[in-house]
Design a binder for this molecule. Structure first.
Ligand code: FAD
Length: 424
């Protein structure tokens, strides 16, 4: 089949790789000048295959009022007179109840495990360099109640196949001495030894390199898809500003940009841009820098050692709208990341000003529950691979494989209906 893929972020590129491996003729159209320049650019770098706790969890709603009052809160919300925003928030609140959150966790874990398998298959087959490393991950809790809740989730995730253990404060610092400064403020941590990290942008560039060398793949940058053409009730191709690209199937994998593209077709996937931030701190002496990935659970900030840097990422600002996303960075939010880094790992960021640390903002394409939408939409021939929220790097390879299996009529490794894009 001739397949057009909209978007060369990590999800679109992984999809292109999978579909080209299946023998399809693939054209990837990307509006930016290169691969992975939007949300896939400077994310947290974590391949969180075993710890996928969705943002919508049972403890979150109780914290929201306090967060709304603090300028440095991990989650910020700018209320709008927009029914779509309220619908998204209502969906988010429904997803926060214990049963719904457990169900989301189970589905995310299945897809994440599958993703890890597909990533391992790719790395066994091709030699690509994106600062990939298996460093393990520590989720550090600052209060006893949240540590207890994490232990309960850990039991649940263990039944589903995750290998994790709870550590007390001393064991946690013994494992990652760079956490010593937090000392008494650590209530405990969850350790997942198998978790991996990598540079998502370099991964995108590596995938684009493999695709560029593939005889059945065309990559076009600076090519904005303006509309999806259909006739007789099925997709026929896409319009760019310059030409029409005919296709038997179109896969929309445009991250948050997907909403504007789908709207004229009457498709309104439940996506909202959740703006997040990162800074990238060079590790000059090694002193004070963590080796293991660390998540500060209370602050919702991740610290990942990627090559000779520590990527610090976090914050979730519910801002803009799906069809008018607002990518502008707020220097205050990136500044909060620097302040937190100085407190958690003193020494690491000393002597650096914010502008030295490549402050960056990206828009997570978030669904209320945290589950992506993968599969054929209501319009025959139009496929979606969207809504990966804060886990797109982790889930990209598995999502691509699920989409390719469904397209080929093969039985996928995970239940396709759990992520069905017909909801859009
Ligand atoms: C602060 C932060 C930290 C994160 N940390 C992690 C992490 O540690 N681990 C993890 O797994 N995930 C993480 N994520 C989430 C992850 O980055 C995203 O889920 C992922 O990048 C989404 O990939 P995507 O390909 O769907 O979207 P994008 O990377 O945004 O790619 C979509 C592409 O489509 C293009 N496009 C859109 N519309 C059009 C159009 N009409 N025509 C042509 N091209 C178009 C865009 O230009 C873009 O390049 C983080 C996100 C943020 C913001």
């Amino acid at each position: 089949m001739r397949v057009v893929i909209t978007g060369a972020g990590v999800v679109g590129l992984a999809t292109a790789w999978q579909l080209a491996s299946d023998g399809h003729r693939v054209t990837v159209l990307e509006r930016r000048e290169g691969p992975g320049l939007e949300t896939s650019f400077a994310n947290g770098g974590q391949l969180s295959y075993s710890y996928v706790a969705p943002l919508a969890g049972p403890g979150v709603l109780g914290k929201v009022p306090g967060w709304l009052l603090r300028r440095d809160a991990p989650l910020r919300w700018h209320p709008r007179l927009d029914p779509a925003q309220w619908r998204w928030l209502a969906g988010f609140m429904r997803a926060c109840n214990g049963t719904a959150s457990d169900d989301t966790t189970r589905k995310l874990l299945r897809l994440a495990f599958h993703s890890r398998d597909r990533m391992q298959a790719l790395l066994a087959q091709r030699s690509i360099d994106f600062d990939f490393a298996r460093r393990g991950k520590l989720i550090v809790h600052r209060d006893a109640a949240s540590f207890d809740a994490a232990r309960r989730l850990l039991d649940y995730q263990a039944q589903l196949g995750s290998e994790q253990q709870a550590l007390d404060r001393d064991a946690c610092i013994a494992l990652e001495p760079a956490l010593a400064a937090l000392g008494e403020r650590i209530a405990g941590a969850v350790h997942t030894p198998s978790e991996e990290v990598g540079d998502c942008h370099r991964f995108c560039r590596a995938l684009a390199g493999l695709l560029a060398a593939h005889p059945d793949v065309t990559l076009r940058f600076g090519a904005t898809v303006r509309g999806i053409a259909h006739a007789g009730g099925r997709v026929r191709g896409v319009e760019t500003g310059d030409d029409f690209v005919e296709a038997d199937a179109v896969v929309v994998a445009g991250g948050i940009g997907s909403a504007a593209l789908l709207r004229p077709l009457g498709l309104r996937p439940p996506l909202w841009p959740l703006k997040g931030y990162s800074i990238t701190v060079p590790v000059t002496s090694g002193a004070g820098a963590p080796h293991i990935s660390v998540t500060d659970f209370a602050r919702k900030i991740v610290y990942a050692r990627i090559g000779h840097t520590v990527r610090v990422a976090g914050m979730a600002d519910l801002t803009g709208s799906p069809t008018r996303p607002d990518p502008r960075p707020d220097p205050e939010r990136a500044g909060t990341l620097l302040t937190e880094t100085r407190q958690v790992f003193p020494g690491l960021a000393d002597g650096h000003a914010l502008h030295d640390l490549q402050p960056w903002a990206g828009l997570r394409p978030a669904t209320p529950s945290g589950l992506p939408l993968i599969g054929e939409s209501r319009m025959p021939g139009l496929w979606l691979n969207i809504g990966h929220g804060g886990l797109g790097f982790t889930l990209a390879m598995g999502s691509a494989s699920l989409l390719a299996d469904t397209m080929a009529g093969r039985r996928p490794a995970v239940h396709a209906t759990d992520y069905a894009a017909t909801l859009a």
